[in-house]
Design a protein around this ligand. Structure first.
Ligand code: FES
Ligand code: FE2
Length: 400
């Protein structure tokens, strides 16, 4: 691998384009961008540390004193729930000599105190340094100067988002674009996870995003999905088309298996649609959304399959898949969870496998870059966003 120096020029595009089939075959991103360690560090800095990242579900830190640690590339972020009910986020490192603070992924902070495992410096839930055991006093030390480094935190749809950027950051509501209004009636904030899978996938994060952006691959890869969304056998990405507000375009909407009520292996439902949906929303069985770089939503009338993706290296990611339901559905002892989990477990696995095959293939010394076909316009838009963000030419984060 040749490597890409930090000073290498990044080709920029003026705009990430519209949701129309491409008029010509377009080049994908350079193969080295999926493989090269130096380039990966550049993406961590400019894309991942400069965007809102969906870190967890809010109920993972539901009670005061709860904590959750989320690793985003090389950065470890500590989420806590304060006594006032609000969320806090900090870099999960000590101000003394930089040790990781919380070494477990999740738990409860005893006495509401964050205690460093190294020399036991202790912080409160606001990140203020409370005690420094055995420190010999000197006149130059003011604990107020040694609070935890804060991280911007916000929520939408029951997800906790963090932003590792320094200085003013784009408001989350702006970054989310059309997503909140499109799913307002689905009340994602009220849903709870009935099933979670955490999977390590040996593929670059951008391959996973590109895979989500097109359904050109659905016929050969997803026979189960195509059985319930037969339109995917034909038109590829057409069923994913949306207008400028993110609403499905009626004439481009996917056609579902006759009688299907949701996306399960046979299209049947076991729980009612979400309470707030109108008739059109109940009959729109599949609405995907991607907020790059790491939030993926497969939204159905009665459940949601969400993915949070975290890079673990140039050629690997960890993906947290959740199946989200209304609490009353999960509370019913007769609820058939497997009925709802099966389709996306199969389909998510097929996508991961293909991304891993692609990651292996692009190492070939003859491969320079892939090409996007006309119906892979959202892949092209995503690639444009990556190029723009790396070149600092983007107007901000936005859904694809
Ligand atoms: S590094 Fe945390 S107390 Fe020393
Ligand atoms: Fe797929």
């Amino acid at each position: 691998m040749s490597g890409l120096p930090d000073s290498a020029p990044v080709p920029a595009t003026a705009s990430i384009g519209t949701r129309e089939p491409l008029a010509r075959v377009e080049a994908g991103l350079p193969a080295a961008w999926y493989l090269d360690e130096a380039h990966h560090r550049r993406e961590l800095e400019r894309v991942w540390n400069g965007s809102w990242i969906a870190a967890a579900r809010c109920d993972e830190v539901g009670m005061p004193g709860d904590f959750r640690v989320v690793d985003i590339g090389e950065q470890s972020v500590l989420l806590t729930r304060h006594d006032d009910g609000g969320l806090r986020a900090f870099h999960n490192i000590c101000r003394h000599r930089g040790s990781i603070l919380c070494t477990e992924a999740q738990g409860r902070l005893r006495g509401g105190r964050i205690v460093c495992p190294y020399h036991a410096w202790t912080y409160d839930l606001d990140g203020r340094l409370q005690s420094t055991p055995r420190r010999m006093p000197t006149g130059d030390f003011d604990p107020a100067d040694f609070g935890l480094f804060p991280v911007a935190v916000d929520t939408w749809g029951g997800f906790v988002f963090v932003h590792l950027g320094s200085g003013p950051v784009q408001p989350l509501s702006e970054a989310l674009g059309w997503i909140p209004s499109t799913f307002a009636s689905h009340r994602l904030d009220a849903l709870v996870s009935g099933h979670r899978r955490v999977v390590d996938v040996q593929a670059n994060w951008k391959l996973v995003c590109e895979n989500f952006c097109e359904c050109f691959h659905c016929p050969p890869v997803h026979p189960e999905l195509c059985r319930v969304v037969p339109a995917y056998r034909e038109g590829g990405a057409w069923g994913l088309r949306r207008d400028e507000q993110g609403r499905p375009i009626p004439e481009a909407s996917a056609e579902y298996r006759a009688g299907a009520r949701t996306l399960t292996l046979d299209g049947t439902a076991r729980v009612p649609p979400f309470a707030g949906l109108d008739e059109a929303q109940r009959s729109t069985l599949y609405m995907p959304a991607l907020l790059p770089p790491n939030l993926f939503l497969n939204v159905h009338p009665d459940y949601v399959n969400s993915h949070l993706m975290f890079p673990t290296g140039p050629g690997s990611v960890r993906i947290v898949y959740d199946w989200l339901f209304e609490p009353q559905a999960l509370a019913d002892p007769a609820f058939d969870l497997e009925h709802y989990v099966a389709l996306w477990r199969v389909t998510n696995g097929q996508d991961a496998r293909n991304c891993e095959w692609q990651q292996r293939g692009i190492r070939a010394r003859v491969f320079q870059h892939g090409v996007f076909m006309p119906q892979e316009f959202d892949c092209h838009r995503f690639a444009g966003w990556v190029r723009d963000t790396l070149a600092s030419a983007t107007t901000g984060q936005r859904p694809i």
